[in-house]
Design a protein around this ligand. Structure first.
Ligand SMILES: [Zn+2]
Length: 225
């Protein structure tokens, strides 16, 4: 029984569907008894997913909301403001908007492209600023040189090469500052210790004692924005 149990897998998906994978030689009855055995786990997983808010469905049009630093920002057309500036008028925006040029009447693909570009510019400036800030906090460690780069990554928020190239996922800029800081400090600590060992987490605790909260928040919001 025990050895067979390992060959059956139950997958509970975020859309609250349940999938059971079993090799052909396993009988239906065995699958059913395995499911019964795992019932509590399946139910708790289903409950967890039902409590999770639905992922943000991005819409690429004027007035739609997109996240930056954990807050929704409205897409506005910046054309008028740019013309205004050229005429010497000072037009300022509120904080909760993303100004994009000529998006009034643009196709969804065009808006998406402009928004991507906006995120790249803003994310790079943001990560660079946090990187510099945390390097300063870590002055006593005499960190080796590091540079900040951006990439669209699907499964990771950040990485650090042995040559000190720190890469952040552009999408990280959508999440609260606390989450960003825990990724930034994580990558900076890799400049001191490459492995995720006790020494590494010792540095994390010393530099940013709240890193676990940031990680947890990021995990709970993960890829929702
Ligand atoms: Zn790491």
């Amino acid at each position: 029984m025990l050895s067979k149990r390992k060959t059956i897998a139950i997958i509970v998906k975020p859309d609250q569907s349940v999938e059971v994978r079993a090799p052909r030689r396993v009988s239906k009855r065995e699958v059913e008894s395995f499911l019964q055995l795992k019932q509590a786990w399946v139910l708790s997983k289903l409950n967890e997913f039902s409590l999770r808010p639905a992922p943000h469905q991005p819409i690429f049009e004027l007035g739609a909301s997109h996240y930056f630093l954990g807050e929704p920002h409205r897409l506005v057309d910046a054309t008028k403001a740019i013309q205004g500036q050229q005429m010497g008028l000072a037009l300022s925006y509120e904080d909760d908007v993303i100004p994009l040029r000529s998006i009034d009447g643009a196709t969804s693909a065009q808006v998406e492209r402009k928004l991507d570009q906006w995120y790249r510019v803003e994310a790079l400036a943001l990560f660079q600023e946090r990187h510099d800030y945390w390097r300063e906090q870590m002055e006593e460690f005499l960190l080796p040189e590091s540079v900040v780069t951006l990439r669209k990554m699907k499964r990771r928020w950040g990485s650090c090469s042995i040559h000190g190239k720190i890469t952040f996922s552009t999408a990280l800029a959508k999440y609260p500052l606390q989450c960003i800081d825990s990724v930034v400090v994580h990558e900076l600590c890799h400049l001191l210790e490459f492995s995720h060992n006790q020494r590494f987490y010792g540095f994390m605790d010393q530099v940013y004692p709240d890193w676990k909260l940031g990680d947890k928040l990021l995990q709970s919001l993960s890829w929702q924005y």
